[in-house]
Design a protein around this ligand. Structure first.
Ligand code: SIN
Length: 303
């Protein structure tokens, strides 16, 4: 079997100690060389797609990576793809790939919390785990880290330091592929996290800066502060898609419960958490899809 190893940077390619290091310093061949068993298990095709700390990735990087992955998935001599990635925004890339790819082969992301030169580096074991996971030939996007395998659409980082940093959230499995061409224009979509005393002018600033979509991570059951409503109505009238979700991790947000979504034109995010709702909205707008229809297919029934 032959796997493609696509490196994008992150701590797994970092140099230094866990307390102080620089991410994305080592190249893809160094990652492979660090685990001698890898070349005994299968043949490899390697590519250095990016060399970035994942905090610096943008939606354009997701699309570039997805475009390259789809070419490799559709190549007959490649049986699966492993992507090494920084842990910080791994959940965003994994969700974007879940929506963008027709993954009829394994696409397994892996990462590390400690840099490659740390005496207790976790990257080599994670890369070996990702290889075993890819060799199962099970199709789909998923994350293999620290002995766990988490669906790409559900993964979320939950700890800033421990190596057991990832868990699955309630995000539903995507019911739809979002078809996007590599040259699609990617709109600005902003995420506004509500808090007591949030000044409503943040909405007007986002719209004036060119946002074509807004995701409001509201309190409780997606409860929009009264002070925000005029600004959100103006944004909607200006053609900006407004998605209503919750900063609370469980339960989701239902249509017309706790807000007049149908009358106002807000889109309830269902069980999509804020970060993932932003990705779904951004990619739907980029693909020219109706955002409300896309959320109806992606968001799942709130619990
Ligand atoms: C990054 O996300 O690129 C740096 C942090 C990490 O990988 O843990």
């Amino acid at each position: 079997m032959k796997l493609a190893l696509l490196a994008t940077g992150g701590t797994i390619a970092g140099v230094g100690t866990a307390a102080r290091y620089t991410a994305a310093r080592l190249g893809v061949e160094s990652l492979l060389d660090a685990v001698p068993q890898l070349t005994e298990l299968c043949a490899w095709h390697t590519e250095q797609v990016f060399a970035l700390d994942s905090r610096d990735l943008t939606p354009a990087h997701w699309v570039q990576l997805a475009t390259r992955c789809q070419v490799l998935l559709d190549t007959s001599g490649i049986d699966g793809i492993i992507i090494t990635h920084g842990t910080d925004t791994l959940e965003e890339t994994a969700y974007a790939l879940s929506l963008l790819l027709k993954a009829h082969k394994p696409v397994v992301l892996t990462a590390a919390m400690r840099p490659a030169t740390d005496p207790q580096a976790d990257g080599p074991a994670n890369l070996l785990q990702a290889t075993h996971e890819s060799l199962t030939a099970l199709p789909g996007v998923r994350v293999a880290v620290h002995g766990e395998v988490i669906a790409g659409e559900k993964v979320c980082k939950q700890h800033t330091q421990t190596i057991h940093a990832f868990a699955a959230d309630e995000t539903p499995r995507p019911a739809a592929h979002i078809p996007l061409t590599s040259d699609a224009e990617l709109p600005r979509v902003d995420l506004i996290h509500a808090f007591s005393g949030l000044a409503p002018d943040v909405v007007a600033h986002a719209v004036a800066a060119g946002a074509r979509g807004l995701v409001i991570a509201a309190a409780g059951d997606g409860s929009l502060p009264a002070a925000l409503l005029p600004a959100l109505r103006s944004a909607h009238e200006a053609g900006v898609a407004v998605v209503r979700c919750s900063r609370v991790p469980h339960g989701g947000v239902s249509r017309d419960r706790n807000a007049d979504d149908s009358a106002e034109g807000w889109i309830p995010a269902g069980r999509l958490p804020p970060l993932k709702a932003r990705i779904a909205l951004l990619l739907a707008l980029a693909a020219g899809l109706d955002p409300a229809g896309t959320f109806a297919r992606l968001s799942g029934d709130p619990i």
